[in-house]
Design a protein around this ligand. Structure first.
Ligand code: ADP
Length: 309
């Protein structure tokens, strides 16, 4: 279990990137969902001991992470957002190189581990190819292979699915879910679908604050019978957006189809639909932005507490 308590970080330019962030993250794939600029990377880097918070604590099991960074690093696998590879080197050679850096000095053992990881990430057949010829999905799987060197108990992957096509994304997420059967895996993403299917637990953050944490399905259940859909004219859309809690709007057959949050049918023509995680996400962001606008000095998280698991 990874326990984060009251973490705060303000950068020297005055951006308050983490605001009393508290999270409990058990074994399994944990989705950290938030828009760009929410503070996801700041949080990931802090947990990975690459930067210091101003205050707060992080415990991994019995380990006090901020006091004993070395001990955490020995148990950590990290795939940063901007993971670069040497394009002219083969996957096998680079992974072997990383393995040596990790302290795997025994040749036989190292070869076995490198082979195991290349097989696990489905790169064995492409192991001799230069990394520069890899697709985005293959590169990210290579990133996971290097993160898994040294048998980490905590794996952090920061926005790994951006730019992957749906098939590659699925393959990648399945790989993470498999790894999550044994260890804590934190997946940060701004893509709601990344979290929906495979993460037993998740948190949503925005502007440095945790808006919700818990099981995706429980969060979705709180919106049952409260999401309504209607196709409207393009001309009328701004009016709906101004007068109702419009969560999403997408073109269906050339017309905007809007999803609205409301306790009862907002207007004739709206039909009740099954809520999904995207509805939860946009409602939370909407409420958060609204709370920030209405009461900037007030704790914006408070009105949301009732919905938070
Ligand atoms: P995310 O990963 O969710 O996109 P980040 O953690 O990268 O969010 O950024 C959170 C906020 O902190 C943003 O406003 C960003 O501009 C700011 N920020 C991130 N890193 C730094 C830094 N090193 N110095 C100053 N501001 C930063």
């Amino acid at each position: 279990m990874l326990t984060i308590t009251d973490l705060n970080k303000t950068y020297s330019n005055g951006v308050h990137a983490l605001k009393s962030v508290s999270l409990s993250i058990p074994t399994g794939l944990f989705g950290l969902l938030g828009p760009n600029g929410a503070g996801k990377s700041s949080l990931m880097r802090t947990i990975a001991t690459l930067q210091e918070p101003d205050s707060g604590s992080i415990r991994f099991g019995k380990l006090d992470v901020l006091k004993d960074k070395e001990a955490l690093r020995r148990q950590l696998g990290y795939l940063p957002q901007d993971f670069g590879v040497y394009p002219k080197v083969s996957a096998e050679d680079l992974l072997t190189h990383f393995a040596i850096l990790k302290g795997l000095t025994q040749r036989g053992e190292r070869r076995e581990i490198v082979e195991g990881l290349l097989r696990q990430t489905n790169l064995w057949d492409a192991r001799k190819r230069k990394l520069g010829t890899y697709s985005g999905g293959m590169r990210q799987r290579f990133g996971i292979a290097q993160a898994l060197l040294g048998d980490p108990k905590l794996v952090i992957v920061d926005e790994p699915t951006a730019g992957l096509d749906p098939e590659e994304r699925n393959r990648f997420l399945n790989l993470l879910a498999e790894i999550g059967e044994q260890v804590v895996v934190i997946l940060s993403t701004h893509i709601v679908e990344d979290v929906t299917d495979l993460c037993p637990r998740m948190a949503m953050i925005a502007k440095g604050q945790v808006l919700l944490q818990g099981e995706p399905q429980s969060a979705i259940d709180t919106l049952r019978h409260k999401v309504w859909q209607k196709r409207v004219s393009k001309a009328a859309l701004p009016q709906y957006q101004a007068s109702m809690d419009v969560l999403t709007s997408r073109l269906v057959g050339g017309l905007p189809q809007i999803s609205v949050f409301a306790d009862s049918q907002p207007e004739e023509g709206f039909v009740s639909v099954e809520p999904d995680l995207e509805d939860v996400y946009f409602l939370k962001l909407r409420q958060h932005n609204g709370a920030m606008l209405k009461a900037p000095q007030h704790d914006a998280g408070a009105p949301l507490a009732a919905l938070a698991a």
